[in-house]
Design a protein around this ligand. Structure first.
Ligand SMILES: Nc1ncnc2c1ncn2[C@@H]1O[C@H](COP(=O)(O)OP(=O)(O)OP(=O)(O)O)[C@@H](O)[C@H]1O
Length: 254
């Protein structure tokens, strides 16, 4: 249970001279929910983009179970087992929730087109399993384009899971949601972890959600790792308190 699934070492990302990540090390343990927090501009999204292959690090190494991911295109990173749920994703708005998950499964299995044909029993079972774990079974017949933000996010999870990832990356999964939508998305993340054993690395501005969900928390500040550990220890860390209480924009730590 303590095996390291993903290991990032010395990650540096420069944008035209500006250093957004300045030598970040991070290990994600197999089966863990790992939260990545930090004030605005800390480098959280950049770090997720680097892990997912959207950005190439200026320096550093990323390994998934020992295999290097640096330099791979995003779709190759997905094939190696790292899936990312996007804020704006490839949901087909005119199709139902069920059809969207089925299309994702067929795409992963390498079927081209013909998805309107009656699906094979295994595909149907797999579609229903993903809908179930994403708490979407009651919404299966709804048209995806008409879903509220929380339901859409859970559909994104189901679509991401179709590639059978070892690690799911989520960048601000509850951004812009109502409290009830946030609670439902949080519960879905916990369920994916509990029932599928899914390893999750996520960024989030809702600090309470992170401390209530993650087993391990890493705090970034100005492109560097400020603190890391169990939620309780991180929460009481004096440097973390200072960053969150020191008057930085959008930063608050009750
Ligand atoms: N493509 C880019 N070109 C130049 N600078 C960038 C680029 N992407 C990010 N940055 C800068 O890098 C820094 C880190 O940005 P990033 O979006 O990773 O922070 P963040 O922690 O996710 O912030 P937020 O919580 O506000 O989303 C910021 O100063 C940002 O302006």
């Amino acid at each position: 249970m303590n095996e390291t699934l993903l290991s990032a070492r010395g990650i540096v990302k420069r944008f035209a001279g500006f250093c957004a990540l300045d030598g970040v090390d991070l290990d994600v343990t197999q089966g863990a929910i790992h939260g990545l927090i930090g004030p605005n501009g800390a480098g959280k999204s950049t770090f997720i983009n680097v892990l997912a292959g959207q950005l190439r690090p200026s320096e550093g190494q990323i390994r998934l179970r020992g295999d290097s991911l640096v330099g791979l295109a995003p779709h190759e990173v997905v094939r190696r087992g790292v899936a990312r749920s996007f804020q704006i994703t490839s949901i087909f708005p005119g199709y139902t929730v069920y059809q969207n998950v089925q299309i994702a499964l067929m795409a992963h299995a390498g079927h081209c087109g013909h998805w309107l044909r009656p699906a094979a029993p295994t595909l149907r079972e797999e579609t229903e399993r993903l809908l179930e774990t994403s708490n979407l079974l009651p919404d299966r017949a709804r048209v995806a384009g008409e879903l509220a933000a929380g339901d859409r996010k859970r559909l994104e999870f189901a679509i991401s899971l179709a590639s059978q990832p070892a690690l799911l990356l989520l960048d601000e999964p509850t951004a812009g949601m109502s409290p009830s939508e946030r609670a439902m998305v949080t519960e879905t993340i916990l369920r994916l972890n509990r029932e599928l054993g899914m390893t999750v690395l996520f960024t989030e501005h809702d600090i309470e959600m992170v401390f209530g969900t993650a087993q391990r928390v890493t705090v970034l500040h100005q492109g560097r790792k400020l603190a890391e550990g169990a939620p309780r220890a991180v929460r009481s860390d004096a440097r973390v308190q200072e960053v969150y209480l020191g008057g930085e924009a959008h930063a608050e730590l009750p």
